[in-house]
Design a protein around this ligand. Structure first.
Ligand SMILES: O=C([O-])CC(=O)C(=O)O
Ligand SMILES: [Mg+2]
Length: 580
């Protein structure tokens, strides 16, 4: 079978069961998190792998290990403590980490992912303990192929790479962005079924424009301002080229790139290496899906709505573009679709005459588009846009807390009985409005979803679940579907398939705009199957084994490949193969 790591091969015994043939024994073996079972090594493994005396006498079952570790987890005080505790576990024993994550997914997602991961990003240099992933920096990018050779994994399929220029809604975070790559990839495994030995988090350290980071002696990234222009492109070219040669089957998820680079990077590489941008396309697909579901709850369709998207960075423009695609798929022509989408940025409504980036231009309105509007300043404000456009749906990707204030929300409500309001900025502190406030200001009429997790809201004797409109409902399944089909490219059709699958799955849950987060694994499986199907349909699936499968067979194929946390037996490899 395939060699997946320098330290072991996955093999199948005569009984058909898989085992790991390990090329490392003893103390060294205990320090490889993908192999370490700690107290879980069987007496035979202890004997033949030179572990006797190095681990306690009693062999714990997996259940006992999970229980022991989870009890300690519960004693951690702050969310950041909990995050650090779990990350330390991940760096000691990955199967146990994923075992606990699988058992407590809903509880642990906000700890390992949004919002706590935002805190971990901020303090990453100060809580750093153990290496994980690949750091490429301006100090060594010309040796990136050698650096990739140092990575002990030989069959990486999924890479999350960030240059940390716009992490969540909290901006430039320099080297700390590594934490988001790690967090996203743990979801790829926990929700998306991608084996942890197939994943590689990457920090592309091109510098930071944060003087406080540069001045911090404990800061672990390179201490200079960001590369820009041709030097930046060359840096990324080197990375992409090296990845393609070391990992020809890998997919790259571009994460948290700032508005100036996100579209540029996506377009530069999407035909060079299968890749997508999570904030443009993942967030776009997630938002479109929620809007389809919200329109359904109103007893209307997507085409009945008028949309105001706030924020014109990767997320905002990605969402606005995906709404336009959704409207066209529903039958509108390009002009009709464009007329239903308004994008508002820090200066107000996007309009020609402002200094706009290329990807923003197609959303800019002309004076004729806003003829007859009541506008006090140079450009229509958010409030004026909501009021005059007849908007029925308001989406926040601005990173600006509190932007959806009572007058804005009331203006939206005046246009429609049931306003759709999605304050999607992450983490929690950056949310454009508190869901409870939105429900209060609209007397319970609003259909609300947020990017970060919020508790159910009690209002007027009713309980309103707040759907979590997070791209976590899209990327694990999108990536897994692309991996399974070995997609040569992540096409717009595959992104649309992911959005529609999420909407279909949500429809099974009644009065919701997103499924409960507890269902994320089941949803990701469905997304993966439909994405793989779409890749086959569009002729971009390089994996021959999936091309002629029926839907049921494809679903079974995906299900069989879904990685689950349990220990495989370890056996010592032939003496000639031993490394340590
Ligand atoms: O990470 C998240 O929670 C969603 C996301 O991509 C972002 O906000 O940038
Ligand atoms: Mg992101």
């Amino acid at each position: 079978m395939a060699q997946v790591s320098r330290y072991y091969d996955v093999k199948r015994g005569p009984d058909g069961h898989r085992y790991l043939s390990v090329k490392v024994t003893g103390f060294s073996l205990l320090h490889i998190p993908l192999l370490n079972k700690s107290t879980g090594f069987t007496p035979e493994e202890r004997r033949f792998l030179g572990l006797e005396g190095l681990v306690p006498p009693h062999t714990s079952t997996f259940e006992e290990q999970k229980q022991r570790t989870y009890q300690r987890y519960l004693q951690q005080v702050t969310d950041l403590d909990k995050h650090e505790f779990m990350r330390a576990l991940q760096d000691r024993n990955e199967v146990l980490f994923y075992g606990i994550l699988a058992d407590h997914l809903e509880e642990l997602l906000p700890i390992l992912y949004t919002p706590t991961v935002g805190e971990a990003v901020r303090v990453f240099s100060h809580i750093y303990r153990y290496p994980r992933g690949l750091s490429v920096s301006t100090l060594d990018v010309e040796r990136v192929d050698e650096m990739l050779d140092n990575v002990p994994l030989d069959d990486v399929r999924m890479i999350v790479a960030t240059d940390s220029s716009a992490i969540l809604g909290i901006g430039d975070q320099g080297f700390g962005g590594m934490a988001i790559s790690i967090g996203k990839l743990s979801l790829y495994t926990a929700a998306g079924g991608v084996g942890p030995d197939k994943t590689l988090p990457v920090e592309l350290d091109v510098g930071t424009n944060r003087q406080d980071l540069i001045d911090d002696p404990l800061y672990l990234g390179v201490h200079h301002t960001r590369l820009t222009g041709p030097a930046y492109d060359e840096f990324l070219d080197s990375f992409v080229e090296a990845v393609s040669s070391r990992y020809p089957k890998a997919i790259i998820q571009w994460e948290d790139f700032a508005r100036g680079t996100a579209f540029h990077v996506l377009n530069r590489y999407r035909k060079v290496i299968p890749s997508f941008n999570d904030d443009i396309q993942g967030t776009g697909a997630m938002a479109l899906s929620g809007l389809i579901s919200a329109a359904r709850l109103k007893g209307e369709t997507l085409q009945d709505q008028v949309f105001v998207v706030v924020g014109a960075g990767a997320g905002g423009i990605g969402v606005a573009g995906m709404i336009r695609s959704g409207l066209m798929r529903a039958g509108l022509n390009a002009t009709e679709a464009a007329a239903r989408v308004y994008v508002v940025d820090r200066f107000g409504l996007l309009m020609h005459g402002q200094s706009l980036e290329d990807h923003q231009l197609s959303f800019a309105k002309t004076p004729a588009d806003i003829g007859g509007w009541d506008v006090a300043g140079e450009w229509p404000s958010l409030y004026e846009t909501v009021k005059a456009s007849g908007a029925t749906a308001l989406l926040g990707l601005s990173g600006v807390p509190g932007l959806f204030n009572q007058p804005v929300v009331e203006a939206l409500h005046a246009n429609t009985e049931r306003p759709i309001i999605f304050p999607l900025s992450n983490p929690t502190a950056n949310v454009e409005a508190q869901p409870a406030d939105v429900l209060r200001w609209t007397d319970g009429a609003a259909i609300v979803a947020s990017g970060s997790p919020f508790a159910d809201v009690e209002f007027g004797g009713r309980t309103y679940p707040i759907g979590q409109g997070n791209n976590a409902f899209i990327f694990p399944g999108l990536g897994f579907g692309a991996i399974i089909s070995r997609a040569r490219e992540i096409t717009d059709g595959m992104i649309m398939a992911a959005a529609e699958t999420l909407a279909d799955e949500t429809a099974l849950h009644g009065e919701r705009v997103y499924p409960p987060i507890a269902d994320i694994r089941a949803v990701s499986l469905k997304v993966a199957v439909r994405v793989a199907r779409q890749a086959i349909f569009e002729g971009v699936a390089a994996e021959r084994r999936v091309r002629n499968l029926t839907d049921d067979e494809l679903a079974a194929f995906v299900e069989r490949r879904f990685w689950r946390p349990h220990y495989l037996p370890l056996r010592k490899a032939d003496d000639a193969q031993m490394l340590l």
